[in-house]
Design a protein around this ligand. Sequence first.
Ligand code: ZN
Length: 140
Amino acid sequence: MKFSVNSLCPCGSKKKYKKCCKIFHNGSLPKTALELMKSRYCAYAVGNSKYIMSTTHVLNNEYSEDKNTWEENIQNFMKDASFNSLEVIEFIDGAPEAYVTFKANIDINGVDSTFTEKSKFIKENEKWLYVSGDFNQENI
Ligand SMILES: [Zn+2]
């Protein structure tokens, strides 16, 4: 995948990556669960598995203390998938819990694997984390 910091951010903001989610990938904390969700989608798109891991709550099903295997699993998923676009459907803000419903347009090995998900986020120690998602695969 060819991607530069001057490319448009994969999260759909129409800003350059370096002026958008890269700021969060470099360590700034997203102020809202929506910013976190977008920056996680973007991390998948740019292949930043460390960011996915560091923003996943311990209660998440994917969370693992075996960081090497976990990272390998994320990287395998990223390798096979292309992240075409993101559409935010609903954002229910709150603290410490917030919800984002979104549609992720992705292909896996060239097959349309677009899905919608209602994600739950929790803010802990000033940091938003991804907890869980109700996942719906579409039949297109
Ligand atoms: Zn972005």
